[in-house]
Design a protein around this ligand. Sequence first.
Ligand SMILES: *[C@@H]1O[C@H](CO)[C@@H](O)[C@H](O)[C@H]1NC(C)=O
Ligand SMILES: *[C@@H]1O[C@H](CO)[C@@H](O)[C@H](O)[C@H]1NC(C)=O
Ligand SMILES: *[C@@H]1O[C@H](CO)[C@@H](O)[C@H](O)[C@H]1NC(C)=O
Ligand SMILES: *[C@@H]1O[C@H](CO)[C@@H](O)[C@H](O)[C@H]1NC(C)=O
Ligand SMILES: *[C@@H]1O[C@H](CO)[C@@H](O)[C@H](O)[C@H]1NC(C)=O
Ligand SMILES: *[C@@H]1O[C@H](CO)[C@@H](O)[C@H](O)[C@H]1NC(C)=O
Ligand SMILES: *[C@@H]1O[C@H](CO)[C@@H](O)[C@H](O)[C@H]1NC(C)=O
Ligand SMILES: *[C@@H]1O[C@H](CO)[C@@H](O)[C@H](O)[C@H]1NC(C)=O
Length: 484
Amino acid sequence: MKQIGRNITGLLSCIGFVNGKTSVQFGVMTRLPKVVLIFMFLPLTGASDGQTTEKVLGTLGGTVTLPCVGSAENQTLFSTSWFKEGKIVASRNQSSYITMAEDKRFSISDRQHLTITGLNETDQGLYYCNTSRQYFTVLEDIQLLIVSGPVEVVMDIGPTTALTNDTFFVNSGSNVTIRCSSNSFPSQNLSLIFEDVKTLTSSPDSSLEFHLHNIQPTNQGLYHCVARNLVSNVTVTNKTQLFVYRAPDGHPKCYSKTGNDSTELLLDCSWPGGYPAPMLHWTEVLGDQTTNKPVLNVSKNTDTLEEVLNRTLLYDGQTLICYNYYQPLDLKTDPCSITLRSPYPEGDPLVTAVEGDNITLSCEEAKSVPEAKTTWRRTLKEDVILPSSRHIISKAGPMLRLTIVNVTQQDEGAYFCRSENPIQDIELEIILTVKSSARNTGGIIGAFLAFLIFGAGIVIGLSAYRHRDRICLGKTFHLNVCSS
Ligand SMILES: *[C@@H]1O[C@H](CO)[C@@H](O)[C@H](O)[C@H]1NC(C)=O
Ligand SMILES: *[C@@H]1O[C@H](CO)[C@@H](O)[C@H](O)[C@H]1NC(C)=O
Ligand SMILES: *[C@@H]1O[C@H](CO)[C@@H](O)[C@H](O)[C@H]1NC(C)=O
Ligand SMILES: *[C@@H]1O[C@H](CO)[C@@H](O)[C@H](O)[C@H]1NC(C)=O
Ligand SMILES: *[C@@H]1O[C@H](CO)[C@@H](O)[C@H](O)[C@H]1NC(C)=O
Ligand SMILES: *[C@@H]1O[C@H](CO)[C@@H](O)[C@H](O)[C@H]1NC(C)=O
Ligand SMILES: *[C@@H]1O[C@H](CO)[C@@H](O)[C@H](O)[C@H]1NC(C)=O
Ligand SMILES: *[C@@H]1O[C@H](CO)[C@@H](O)[C@H](O)[C@H]1NC(C)=O
């Protein structure tokens, strides 16, 4: 059949290509419908003489009524016979109520219909009726097809663990076999469909198997076992939900930062990659002796647990811990924790600069947990020093530097390196002293001063020599000196 079908397709495409061009190809075309008729309709009609055949479907175990097509109604006093494959199976004199049949399952109604109860596979075949008074000449065949099912459509996924009767879970990485089976008569098509779209496999047999190796979260979803009776087209579907459980990756990670408000601590614990979500639990580590309640005691089934704490609840050295638990595998890994630290800016508190030079103030903030926001200020009340052509601010790791370009006397005074974190804010005070002169001017002034002092000494000396008697007379305690 397949071979012929392909040949016909070949012919059709050939005709399509050369359609109407030459008489030779027309010859091929006129022969074509016969070929199609014989090979395409033969299996359906079961007869090659061109008679039309009505098909009637009967269900296994059920009842079917075949109409005596073409017979006139309202006729009495005649007999009706029903034949199957040429052999009489039932007859009735229409004036009586009795059907003569070997098989008690057969009966003929007043209207000449044949009714068969308790259908079985052997009832399948070509039937026709004949009456003693034919008003028609064409005897029509009725093809009785016995169908059943699909029944007992069963799907089984294993090895898995049942959650409900049609929901199962399996651990990621394991191997799973999906079995699907159904009974249909005379034929069926079984398919295994994933998530309504992807046909994994299909088979005309009464069962099929599909293997999933190293199952992954992408294999999670709804599996359908679809059985279709190829004669009746009756379709029955059985669905199973499969969850693929997967433990989260590695260990949970904790991190902390300053919240939207500078006095708020944001705690974040995350343990991603698991399905279903693990349980995370933030709490405070308290000493054995304490009767205090933890400032934090929150647990949730989630990949990421974020909590906010107020400054009023925080202190230096406080440890907050995040415990974890993945229930499906009864898995716990090491918790992660965060020990809070107040800011502690460090640096040289006394700095001297020479006017006109560039001077750099340094401040190291390496202790704060969470990371502090460190800024330079001129006074505690004043605003933060912003970068400008005179103030260069740089940060390298924990080191914050402020370079003042071309220092002047106005730059002298206190500077504050202020570190803020949600626990508290702490300042380092640095005093900058500016020497008024550069090296060269200092030399000139020094020389000038030396000259001035030296000159003054000469002048004073000479003057004293000239007026030595006046001096002696004026100051009694110098008398001894003068007299010598
Ligand atoms: C059968 O006969 C009855 C009475 O004679 C009549 O009413 C009815 O229409 C007839 N049915 C048909 C299909 O001819
Ligand atoms: C049907 O039965 C009646 C009486 O019961 C009889 O007169 C008639 O001949 C029978 N017809 C046939 C075809 O056997
Ligand atoms: C139909 O029945 C008539 C009378 O009973 C009989 O003469 C004839 O041969 C039958 N036709 C067939 C096809 O069985
Ligand atoms: C079943 O479906 C096929 C195609 O889908 C159709 O050709 C056929 O007639 C259908 N049969 C019945 C009994 O509905
Ligand atoms: C921080 O602010 C953002 C936007 O203003 C807001 O969406 C978020 O919820 C805030 N977070 C907290 C912890 O208040
Ligand atoms: C933390 O909360 C849980 C319930 O949410 C409670 O059972 C537990 O006792 C609490 N722990 C403390 C130390 O308060
Ligand atoms: C945080 O502090 C403010 C006032 O300082 C208070 O109104 C608020 O309720 C506090 N929030 C928490 C979570 O303790
Ligand atoms: C330094 O400042 C002084 C006075 O403000 C100015 O005269 C001088 O040109 C500046 N030097 C440099 C290198 O900018």
